[in-house]
Design a protein around this ligand. Structure first.
Ligand code: CU
Length: 309
């Protein structure tokens, strides 16, 4: 089984079915400091000085059977490795250029300059190699949205700003519309994906049916999430049946500010998700401070590509 670190020179004619079959071991080596691992983002290349193909063009290249968007994987605080279930991978063209973007936050030693080194292993495999996955997945990032957005001066700036790299920041609201354009979008109606949490216990809920925008009925095979400190967990619910699909919990470090661990969902069999059902996402926060804090809640889901065999 080919199981290598990312090496663009290996690009051949084939499709790497398992780009990021495992993107993991993303670790922050901190030199005598407590700077926090904040994120690793693996998007398609989108440097502004060159017209790289967009995800829609990659989908066409793969015969119109895939539903890639800009990002393939995001590693976040508390989730420094993503390993898809055995037999599953994210298919990309073998010649697709990728960007590797990292981010770290110094939440605790604010008066010090801190050196940080991050190292991430990206596992790839050619489609025709023995051991290559046979089931393709596509990804959606779903956001809890709230009216009381965080202004630029408060909290860690982990939002992607318009006009800057498509893959930067822990949020990426990108959308492929019907005419085939891919654009970065701000949430409508004054809703933000980065908001303020007053002291105390709060549950924030958003219907995410429009964000889901499923091409067909499918199954969920992997899920994890991005939350900020003082989050307790996130829940995905089917509003049509009233059933809870799953809940993922979050744990903070006991001795400092920061998310230590977020749960993941992983299944070979998968959980069915229907195109004509309505879905809701909620995030639970418990702010123990006497002051406001800031929050995000993003669910990363990986769905089966049904037309790809
Ligand atoms: Cu964030």
């Amino acid at each position: 089984m080919v199981d290598s670190e990312w090496d663009p020179s290996r690009g051949g004619g084939e499709i790497w079915r398992a780009m990021g079959y495992r993107v993991g071991d993303g670790s922050c080596r901190c030199h005598g400091s407590k700077a926090d691992f904040s994120g690793v983002f693996l998007p398609f290349q989108s440097h502004f000085r060159r017209a790289w193909p967009n995800p829609l063009q990659y989908n066409q290249q793969l015969g119109g059977k895939t539903h890639l968007d800009w990002r393939l994987f995001t590693l976040v605080p508390g989730r420094s490795a993503i390993e898809l279930p055995p037999g599953f991978g994210v298919p990309i063209p073998s010649d697709a250029a990728l960007d590797y973007v990292t981010m770290s936050l110094n939440l605790n030693e604010r008066d010090q300059v801190v050196n940080v080194r991050m190292r991430t292993k990206v596992h790839t495999i050619a489609a025709d190699q023995p051991g290559a996955p046979t089931k393709g997945l596509f990804r959606r990032a779903l956001y809890v949205l709230q009216p009381h957005g965080v202004s630029a001066k408060m909290g860690p700036g982990c939002m992607a700003k318009a006009g800057i790299h498509m893959g930067a920041g822990c949020a990426e609201l990108s959308k492929v519309n019907m005419s085939g354009e891919v654009s970065a979008e701000k949430p409508g109606d004054g809703l933000m994906n980065h908001w303020i949490v007053p002291p105390g216990h709060h549950i924030y809920t958003t219907e995410i049916t429009p964000q889901l925008n499923l091409p067909f009925d499918t199954t969920i095979h992997y899920a994890t999430m991005h939350v900020h400190p003082f989050a307790r967990g996130m829940e995905l619910r089917d509003l049509t049946t009233g059933a809870t699909i799953f809940r993922l919990n979050s744990q903070d470090w006991p001795d400092r500010v920061g998310v230590a661990y977020v749960e993941e969902f992983k299944s070979i069999e998968g959980i069915p998700i229907q195109r004509d059902h309505r879905y809701e996402l909620s995030a639970e926060y418990d702010n123990p401070l006497k002051v406001e804090t800031d929050a995000m809640a993003i669910l990363y889901l990986y769905f089966l590509e049904k037309d790809l065999t």
